[in-house]
Design a protein around this ligand. Sequence first.
Ligand SMILES: [Zn+2]
Length: 254
Amino acid sequence: MKLIDSHIHVTMLPYDGLQAMANGGIKKVISCAVAVGAKHAESYFDHFRQNYNFYRNWADSVGIELYTAVGVHPAGIPDDWTRVVDRLPEFLAEPSVVGLGEIGMNNDTQLERDVLKAQLEVAKATNKPCIIHTPNQNRQAFVNLYFEMAQQVGISPQLLVIDHAMLDIIDQINEFGAVPGITIRQQHVMPEELAENLDRYSGGMLNCDYSNIFNNDPTGVIKAARYLQEQNVDNQTIENLTYNKAAEVFKIGD
Ligand SMILES: [Zn+2]
């Protein structure tokens, strides 16, 4: 099995987690930006570089190709966030930087709206995909708002990966033509739920969203892939969820 994990936070990943991912067949990973509680734009600039320099080499040492998404995460919006947004095109020009993320909202403040809108405009201008976070509450309203903003900006729905998709928003995402990001963990989607609702989830891409903020499992994608195999799900569907969709959206196929 060769797998892509479409959303982790590599700077928080312990070494045994990295090894477990490699041993289980993860070949490529997209690491999303987050600078929790950041006050300064420089926190993001250094974080982006850590991801695509140091941690890209680190992952390469166990045979994992690391790609990076750049952007201002709602959990850390610096006072001078416009400086980050202004320089995103420069970071997006790095060969291993494949999109914007993790962007999105947590509390629906005006500041969060402004930051997201500005980043969607960058995505539109650079024609890059976005990994957009859905919070734990009022999820349908947030997704509606994301789609409203995307339409205002004029960005193609296929460039929007709406992450942490669950049964509450999956139809909304599919109907809009966006891409479901499916996070395999207890508080989101477990392999059993994925298997039982494949007709609705099959257009998505899997990830573990590994961070040290919750109880996460770096092998979530591996476990989901194995479970689908055990359930005799056809290989094409499994490959689409665990490799092809992410390869297509982020242009990281072989
Ligand atoms: Zn995340």
